[in-house]
Write a new protein. Structure first.
Length: 220
């Protein structure tokens, strides 16, 4: 049986990568697609683990050869998903995780309508600001760029069937696994997800997005 395709999106600083790693430590059967990027590695990042770091020329050549499932620009750099890894692991029966931005997620949904789409977010805009400035991996100017990008992305939350609040990494990881495995339903939630609340109601997602957007406006 072919593996599922799962897209996890969220604002920069939402903790997506940490949640995914925790989930993969606790549950087998997942393969994480390592995105390709033209940005420079941050301190401590490893080529082939955090990202595949390539030149603009290499990236553009892959685009021409249809070697990427999706690609998008984000804060002055390109990001994309190598096609071969995804296809090979799905054929092997593994559920493939894509940690990508909104623009790329919509490209994947168009190609693969059965994709499981999940948006991960901190509980408030103020918490997002604290995480971005607290990690001290880039300049204040770059962090502010990411907050401005979040102000644009927040309006896409309603495009995702699942919104998960990352207020606790372990709980959020379990929430994500329950959504992917199909063990969670609104009528009969699987376990205690406090700290990893799952929102699927469209009106609730839109209300959350509106409140988050208002919070970002105050910060910016």
């Amino acid at each position: 049986m072919e593996g599922k395709l799962i897209v996890i999106s969220g604002f920069s600083g939402a903790g997506k990568g940490t949640v995914i790693r925790r989930m993969m430590q606790e549950h087998e059967g997942y393969a994480l697609s390592v995105s390709m990027t033209t940005r420079k590695p941050r301190e401590g990042e490893i080529d082939g683990v955090d990202y595949h770091y390539v030149s603009n020329e290499t990236f553009e050549d892959l685009v021409r050869r249809d070697g990427l499932l999706e690609h998008a620009g984000f804060v002055d750099n390109y990001y994309g998903t190598p096609r071969a890894f995804v296809e090979e692991n799905r054929r092997a029966g593994r559920d493939v995780l894509l940690e990508i931005e909104v623009q790329g997620a919509m490209q994947i949904r168009e190609q693969f309508p059965e994709t499981v789409l999940v948006f991960v977010t901190p509980p408030t805009a103020e918490e997002l600001r604290n995480r971005l400035f607290g990690r001290k991996t880039e300049s204040e100017e770059k962090a502010m760029k990411r907050l401005r990008r979040a102000a644009a992305e927040v309006h896409s939350i309603g495009e995702y069937p699942y919104l998960i609040i990352n207020d606790d990494v372990e709980a959020c990881a379990e929430s994500l696994h329950s959504v992917i495995s199909g063990s969670w339903t609104p009528e009969a939630p699987d376990g205690d997800h406090r700290g990893g609340e799952i929102i699927t109601d469209q009106a609730q997602k839109e209300a959350f997005a509106a409140a988050f957007s208002a919070g970002l406006e105050k910060i910016l």
